[in-house]
Design a protein around this ligand. Structure first.
Ligand code: SF4
Length: 183
């Protein structure tokens, strides 16, 4: 299925396995519930993904919503590093409608995996209930300026104020956080 919603080309795509083995030396898994990222950061390092997924649209103007077979044996990932959002932000604005990242977290409950969520959104606050159940989880936000006007020129992600407020809420819920500052 394919449709344009608010100027974003949305496609629903089937994938055989949502858990992709990471090619990084540290090993583990890289998990991206979407292809593309509508935060559309001008400096995005992940836009190379277009080449591998057949997308010709401008980065930030398309989003593939993945459908995958349910993870039946989450224990298989016990002790493994699982990075969610390595090449797309799982908490893009469309996540509110499609809930793919929430679905993934639900399927990883009981895995005892070492989960790292990378985001520039405050939508992750919605899933604090699941983060608490997952136990070994860290949420990482990146911030490259405190100037909201500059940020708005660079990306469409949550405002800096909302990111900092989300960090506070997640931290106060007893979940480990990281703030990555780019200069
Ligand atoms: S949030 Fe990350 S993946 Fe998304 S566009 Fe920005 S840099 Fe790229």
């Amino acid at each position: 299925m394919e449709e344009v919603i608010n100027g974003i080309l949305i496609r629903e795509v089937e994938t055989k396995n949502i858990m992709t083995k990471s090619s990084l030396p540290v090993g583990g898994y890289s998990v991206n519930p979407y292809v593309g990222c509508t935060h559309a950061c001008k400096y995005c390092y992940a836009s190379f993904m277009k080449r591998f997924t057949g997308h010709k649209e401008e980065w930030g103007t398309f989003l593939d919503v993945k459908h995958w077979p349910e993870i039946k044996n989450p224990k298989k990932y016990a002790g493994q590093r699982v990075v969610i959002g390595s090449v797309t932000d799982g908490y893009n604005p469309q996540e509110e409608q499609y809930g793919n990242t929430r679905k993934l977290l639900e399927q990883l409950i009981g895995s005892d995996a070492d989960i790292l969520i990378c985001t520039k959104s405050d939508l992750v606050v919605r899933d604090i209930d699941l983060l608490k159940k997952l136990g070994r989880v860290t949420v990482s936000w990146s911030i490259n300026t405190l100037d909201e006007n500059f940020k708005n020129d660079m990306d469409s992600a949550s405002s800096i104020e909302r990111r900092i407020s989300a960090m506070k809420q997640v931290y106060e819920a007893g979940i480990r956080i990281i703030m990555v500052i780019y200069k």
